[in-house]
Design a protein around this ligand. Sequence first.
Ligand SMILES: Cc1cc2nc3c(=O)[nH]c(=O)nc-3n(C[C@H](O)[C@H](O)[C@H](O)COP(=O)(O)OP(=O)(O)OC[C@H]3O[C@@H](n4cnc5c(N)ncnc54)[C@H](O)[C@@H]3O)c2cc1C
Length: 473
Amino acid sequence: MFASVARVTLKAAAATVLGTGVYVVSYPVFCKQRSEKVVVVGGGSAGIGVAAMLQNEGVKNVTIVEPNQTHYYQPLWTLVGGGLASAKNSQKDMKDVIPKGANWIPKRVESFEPDSNKVTLDDGSTVEYDYLVVAVGMQTDWDAIPGLEEGLEKEDSGVVSVYHPKYCSKTWQTFQSIKNNRSFNAANPATFLFTFPPTLLKCAGAPQKIMWVLEDTLRGEGKRDHANLTFCTPGASMFGVKHYSEKLEKMRVERGVHAAFENKLVSIDVSNKIATFLDIKNNSNVKKHYDMLHVGPHMSAPTFLRKSPLSDSSGWVDVDKHTMQSTKYSNVFALGDCTNTPNSKTAAAVTSQAPVVVHNIERSIDKLPLDGFYTGYASCPLVITRNQVLLAEFGYGGQLAETFDRKNGKFPWKFIGTEGYLQQRFFFFLKETLFPYVYWNLWTKGYWYGTNGPLKPNVVRAMEEAASVSASR
Ligand SMILES: Cc1cc2nc3c(=O)[nH]c(=O)nc-3n(C[C@H](O)[C@H](O)[C@H](O)COP(=O)(O)OP(=O)(O)OC[C@H]3O[C@@H](n4cnc5c(N)ncnc54)[C@H](O)[C@@H]3O)c2cc1C
């Protein structure tokens, strides 16, 4: 009887702290113990976090299938590329982040067989499940640009990318050697190109975050006029959300950064340091010389996922964009970069999705209708100098969802506001210091809920709010 009471909740304290209504604190002392077997495929940011939350909620039979021995906190890579963090702080041994009590199978999933509730591994063995959570992330297609792999591997090529644990360190090293090279000066400036891909990209802000940090570094050392910087993108603006794009465009003009809009990188001539772009408007190729070329690589759904019965025609796991349940199999859920939900693909989005997935799995086990609701929240801390961040936060359709907004933000954080130097210094502190700490110490242990901090959000309440928002439109 005592156990079936399900959990001890501490609503009042959280409600007082956040002031926005009823929240349920995330530390149930006694949870309803559930014996259903949940298999989580992928031990990245989403897989580890959701597995830990499931365990904390009393879903004890959790298995993680993840082939890599190393787990990465990828948001740090931009700072590594800008010389603001060390690559070693972005990684830990996988065994050290697998939640206590969870079973880890260090193998790759080859295929899904949802009709018989099992997955097949790369050694041919199979794993059965009652519930499946797919969290396999995105695939980086390094070979999509001829010359890119060669350039990244060649030490003095000038070709770099923060989208890889090895090449993010190379980014800072290459930048430094160009910055300190005396043959570059105001009369003979070095050329830096920063490209954005024509595909979906995780952390779509990263290709320009690294640009802003490096630009600020040159400025700080009195060498800004020793360099020409150009942001090259197939798009027609700086960012996907108008509110932030306008701010970034203004900053671009003020800081003398060139833009090559509607320009798509198609190949790299590594020996001659020439990048070829397709000028989309004029449908012609343009060749640009570079001293340093930072590439935002092509990305896609993982190849093995594309042919799976769980996926849509583009290869992403087909889920309901609010409940995160598969549109085809009721005992399958997915979250993170691998789903077809139209949110910006970030770890911040994952922190909002994970409690929804956990809640809905519990509802499903209890044979109740799913009422956990993801609103599309994502955030992108746009690092704009070596100590400032423009914090972009938005939901589905680019609707602003700013935690610190003076009018619509979350109490008590709303008093901080979003504009101003001190605010941007504070957001930098979050990005550089707090979030990495929280990631390793709370998120991977299932005790961090994004904008709600360590307090578990009432995802059902979010659904009621969202329903009333759409009804009032
Ligand atoms: C340079 C950079 C900067 C970023 N900056 C930010 C930021 O500032 N803020 C932010 O919120 N987000 C940021 N992100 C995005 C964030 O890191 C991702 O959105 C997040 O990691 C997504 O988590 P995921 O679990 O879906 O994917 P991942 O963390 O990539 O994990 C996927 C996992 O699935 C495993 N896997 C793949 N295939 C299989 C298979 N067949 N079988 C089993 N396992 C498999 C992989 O090995 C991997 O461990 C950044 C990313 C990059 C690269």
